[in-house]
Design a protein. Structure first.
Length: 293
């Protein structure tokens, strides 16, 4: 009963209270909650800051000794931007194109709305534009709000339906931390996973060359869990749908559909799956069994 209550608390913290983790303030609130929750389980927590861009600091959170661990289980915690179509795992180019298309269409529609509203307003004016009138200041306020929203759209909208990507993987990782006592296993919550591999690159540079990294993505979806790795063990074959990988250091565990293309396998999640409101808790148990038994 206590474990179930604990999971419910984490679901509230990360699926509702800290639902969006994109801006600096949103990430800081998330990190404060995460560190507080993990501190109730163990004390060996580190928040590592690194320079992503000028005037922008990113943060990785490490639990356990990253430098000496034989096995590191990790995931990214930032929130993706809204985009058209399905989520293409391992294909940042297509994902970026889908995001840019969404931004361009949103801006075009919003610009059209502004032009139509301006025409209607100008045609309905019966008196001269005068700063001494309340209606003039209301119009100025509305246009100020319009351009503020326009700038927000230009930067992209955060996806608020992110239980699958990637809140489910955060919940899986926190649950594994609660169940683990092996000092040779460490954990990492990585920043900027939606936009690049900077957080993962920093982790690889910090850990031992022989350490095995397990990278989780969308593990709470309704789709089957897949495993990509260079070394596929019998346990992995029994637990997941396995695929041969090329990176000797990183093993990927993720939920997705698979299709064959001329360039090889394509891993993706359809929009309906990404919009799941509830995570598949059986997948959390599946991961726990794989890493702890």
């Amino acid at each position: 009963m206590e474990r179930n209550d604990q999971l419910e608390d984490w679901i509230f913290h990360y699926q509702h209270l800290n639902k969006v983790r994109r801006t600096k303030k949103q990430k800081q609130r998330f990190l404060a909650t995460l560190v507080t929750d993990i501190a109730k389980l163990r004390e060996d927590i580190q928040v590592i800051e690194y320079q992503q861009k000028k005037q922008y600091i990113s943060s990785n959170v490490y639990v356990g000794n990253i430098e000496t661990a034989d096995r590191i289980i990790c995931t990214y915690y930032d929130t993706p931007l809204r985009s058209f179509g399905s989520y293409q795992l391992f294909d940042r180019t297509k994902q970026r194109q889908a995001t840019v298309r969404f931004i361009l269409v949103s801006l075009s529609l919003f610009l059209l709305l502004g032009l139509v509203t301006t025409v209607v307003y100008m045609n309905s004016m019966t008196e001269a534009f005068h700063l001494g009138k309340l209606s003039t200041w209301v119009a100025i306020l509305c246009y100020g709000l319009y351009f503020f929203l326009f700038s927000k759209l230009a930067k992209g909208l955060s996806s608020r339906k992110n239980a699958v990507r990637n809140t489910s993987s955060i919940l899986a990782l926190v649950s594994l931390i609660a169940a683990h006592t092996n000092s040779k296993t460490a954990f990492a919550f990585l920043d900027e996973g939606c936009f690049g591999d900077q957080g993962l690159t920093l982790l690889k540079e910090t850990c031992r060359s022989s350490a095995q990294i397990y990278y989780l993505d969308c593990v709470g979806s309704q789709e089957e869990l897949h495993f990509i790795g260079q070394r596929i063990t019998e346990k992995a074959e029994q637990s997941f749908i396995t695929h041969q990988g090329s990176d000797p250091k990183i093993n990927y565990i993720f939920g997705a559909k698979v299709s064959e293309t001329g360039q090889g396998k394509r891993y993706f999640l359809e929009k309906a799956t990404l919009n799941q409101k509830e995570i598949d808790r059986n997948k959390l148990k599946q991961l726990k069994d794989f890493f702890t038994n």
